[in-house]
Design a protein around this ligand. Structure first.
Ligand code: BES
Ligand code: ZN
Length: 466
């Protein structure tokens, strides 16, 4: 492990080099939570984070779970000051498709001021900014102006299955006034943001099974139900031509966008032409009557994430496949309930399955969407810290991704949640060539170091849960 820069007064360049070395070490560990072949790597990433937190003098605890370990650390309490809890994750998404990476996903490589690696921005790089922000303050003589607690998990990318129970079990230890999460994005380069809303998710695997084995499509086609044809019909039934989801009851609980919010979104400097260029598309589509930002941040959606059946090899093979499968997710907004979506999905799809085919719907993770009030006393502290780190006032945005546990924090810990993202929309998270801008990495460390003082000054109080 690279030691923290603990010379009495390391130069900025020395400190930056040490911080980058730390980030690259963590990025070299392929902690892919979705893939059981990487279980030992997930443990190694937990070891790394644990020893970094311990090395800066914090009391660290490793909470084992049936999945990946959860790390908990805390600095000493500070009387009269609020308590902050930093949440982040050390697990990453699978790197596939591997052949589309310009440099290997677990060999961090710097190009044009960005580090390229799986997890660079999501969330190893962003999570580390807080570890290093606190470490820098402690190394320069501390003490911290408020108590900081860290809760770093290794199953976020697979739905945070075991964290929910851990938060409930350790509610007293985790008591805090404000939760800080850096696992989202700035609005644009040079336009930092505070995110006050995230979408939720309901994720399913669909399996259609037909004959006991693949058949000749000439001999049997037309007379025997084809599971791939059935799956195509089911998937086509999910969304209508105006982009509305056809699951019964799906929109019943959707919290509508207020005119005020729509107006605020429309004032953001969103450049649709640049957005299309970035993605390599000539046009955009979605639910009728909503702008691109509204569709991405505040309206529910349905996406096929994966699709398989039949012959995938070169050339044409005439075959009637025995099975077909799809992975389908719905992004949800407040106040939709993922369980209700499951019931509605069955109600929509079950009657569409013809004789000779069986449909199995397997729910994976689910989490509701969130919108946090903007009038938190800690909001201004966050804006001021961002200004100190990034040199610009943040804008207030919602985003379309999901961080399942943030609901639980608001509910169980009754804490305000600050989503302070240092990433960018073109960081290729979950895609090949994920990157994180190293300038933003260092600015994130500075913003973090500034945040603790701002939060401590902003309001004094005790952990509400204590
Ligand atoms: N960092 C993302 C969440 C995110 C993405 C927030 C974009 C804001 C903007 C997080 O690591 C993530 O990808 N979460 C998953 C959760 C899912 C697996 C339950 C997601 O959103 O797909
Ligand atoms: Zn993440």
């Amino acid at each position: 492990m690279t030691p923290p820069p603990n010379a009495a007064d390391p130069t900025t360049a020395d400190r930056r080099a040490a911080h980058e070395a730390a980030l690259f070490e963590l990025l070299r560990i392929p902690s892919v939570s979705a893939d059981s072949r990487h279980k030992a790597d997930v443990e190694r990433a937990a070891d790394w984070v644990q020893s970094r937190l311990g090395g800066m003098g914090l009391a660290v605890d490793r909470l084992p779970t049936p999945g990946a370990p959860i790390l908990y650390a805390e600095s000493p309490p500070v009387a009269g000051a609020p308590v902050a809890l930093v949440y982040g994750h050390y697990d990453v998404q699978p790197p596939d498709p591997l052949d589309e990476w310009q440099s290997p996903p677990f060999e961090p490589t710097v190009r044009d001021g960005n580090v390229y690696a799986r997890g660079a921005t999501d969330d190893k790089g962003q999570m580390l900014t807080h570890v290093l922000g606190v470490e820098t303050l402690l190394a320069s003589g501390g003490p911290l102006p408020l108590q900081v607690k860290f809760l770093i998990e290794g199953e976020e990318e697979v739905g945070s299955e075991h964290l929910e129970a851990a938060v409930a079990r350790h509610k007293d230890r985790l008591a805090c006034d404000v939760v800080v999460v850096s696992d989202s994005s700035q609005f644009a380069p040079g336009v930092p943001a505070v995110t006050y809303g995230l979408r939720g998710i309901a994720y399913y695997e669909l399996l259609v099974e037909g004959p006991k084995q693949d058949l000749h499509s000439g001999t049997f086609g037309g007379g025997v139900t084809n599971p791939a044809n059935v799956l195509a019909k089911l998937l086509a039934a999910l969304v209508d031509d105006s982009g509305r989801i056809r699951v019964p009851g799906f929109y019943d609980d959707v919290r509508p966008l207020s005119e005020r919010e729509r107006d605020e979104f429309s004032r953001l400097p969103f450049d649709e032409a640049r957005f299309k260029k970035q993605l390599g598309v000539e046009g955009l589509s979605g639910e009728e009557g909503y702008s691109t930002l509204e569709r991405r941040w505040a309206r529910p959606t349905c996406d096929i994430n994966g699709l398989w059946s039949g012959y995938q090899g070169e050339g044409a093979k005439t075959v009637l496949p025995a099975r077909a499968g799809a992975k389908v997710s719905f992004r949800l907004v407040p106040d939709q309930d993922p369980k209700k979506v499951t019931a509605g999905l069955r109600e929509l799809l079950d009657p569409l399955v013809p004789p000779g085919a069986r449909l199995t719907i397997k729910p994976h993770h689910g989490a509701p969407g969130v919108v946090f009030p903007l009038d938190s006393p800690y909001m201004e502290a966050a804006a001021s810290a961002i200004e100190q780190g990034f040199g610009a006032r943040p804008v207030f945005i919602r985003e379309g991704g999901s961080i399942p546990i943030v609901n639980t924090f608001a509910r169980e810990l009754r804490a305000d949640v600050l989503l302070l993202g240092w990433g960018l929309d073109d960081d290729n998270t979950h895609s090949p060539n994920e990157k994180f801008n190293l300038g933003d990495f260092h600015r994130g460390v500075q913003a973090s170091a500034a945040l603790w003082a701002s939060l401590a000054k902003g309001e004094s109080g005790q952990g509400k849960g204590e």
